[in-house]
Design a binder for this molecule. Sequence first.
Ligand SMILES: CC(C)(COP(=O)(O)OP(=O)(O)OC[C@H]1O[C@@H](n2cnc3c(N)ncnc32)[C@H](O)[C@@H]1OP(=O)(O)O)[C@@H](O)C(=O)NCCC(=O)NCCS
Length: 309
Amino acid sequence: MLTVSLMLSLMSVYFTLVQQRELSLPTSADTSRKWLWNGTLRNTRTERSASELEAGQIQVPKQIRESFLTSNILLQAPFELLGIAISLFLGALAAYLGLARLERVKLGTVEVVEAELSNVASLSTIVPRSFHPVNPYIKKVFPNTALIRQWWSTIFSDEIQDPSCKVLTAVDPDDGTTIGVLTLRLLGPNDRGSGFWTMYDLTEDHDKIAYRPMIAGMTEHRERTMLGKPHFLIEAFGVDDAHKGLQIGKKLLSRACQIADEAGYETFVQANASARNCYCKLGFVEQGKSVMPGEVEYVEYMLVRPCKT
Ligand SMILES: CC(C)(COP(=O)(O)OP(=O)(O)OC[C@H]1O[C@@H](n2cnc3c(N)ncnc32)[C@H](O)[C@@H]1OP(=O)(O)O)[C@@H](O)C(=O)NCCC(=O)NCCS
């Protein structure tokens, strides 16, 4: 809306300039009338009303200039466009403030920072908060139980303290809870597996039957395409459902790409269909895919981002 408003304002300036050129800065109403005139002169009505007839008044017909419709439109255009632009701008501002009030938009800036141990409790629920409302497969694999929250806590706290990992997080400026996460791990040329996904024993609450093909596919593709060179692996990436679509994911991913570019390494990720666009927009290229067994066809895509430096 704000973009449309800006464009309308610019058009209004454009039409004002056209007017100025055509009218040559009119100094009187008569100049404007001449500019609007299409060259035809018309008489006003000549019939007299009953009262005029009674009074014996004589109506002298007046000649008026007929005007071009286009010149009339051109004369009005800047005012109307500006009026619409201002209304749109005020409408968009009201919508933005309204959404902010409903806490869909944070008025403060959401920064991407490296997580600290104090964030672990909040991070232990970030996967259910990000994935569960939109991804039934992941919800089935990682139900939000105390055992699985503990599993996440252990992983996040280990990664925060591991120099080969970066736990990037976006923190709500209002209450300090984590509203997004991206974990990045630097893997050596001979490192096998898929980072934390293959390092930790599963709990009895994990759906192991659904977990295994998902991780086996990632490991197989990564080892086939990336072994022999150091590279980064994006292990987990999610934004709290209430904060999706606000460019928080893009900020997290851009920071991860910046880290990879500074280090001079490629980045591998296994991405689901809904996140694929997000990755591709930042330079990831699809290398393959893996379809999970089961009635619902759940597909994971293997993407690699070349280093930009
Ligand atoms: C994927 C996810 C992290 C994106 O985070 P987000 O904050 O909602 O995304 P952003 O608002 O930063 O959007 C970034 C870009 O990706 C695009 N995008 C985001 N989600 C998308 C979707 N579901 N479908 C298509 N495009 C999408 C946006 O259009 C945007 O493009 P733009 O910059 O041209 O506007 C988030 O939707 C999420 O947590 N999903 C569930 C968990 C998940 O699937 N994680 C990925 C695991 S691989």
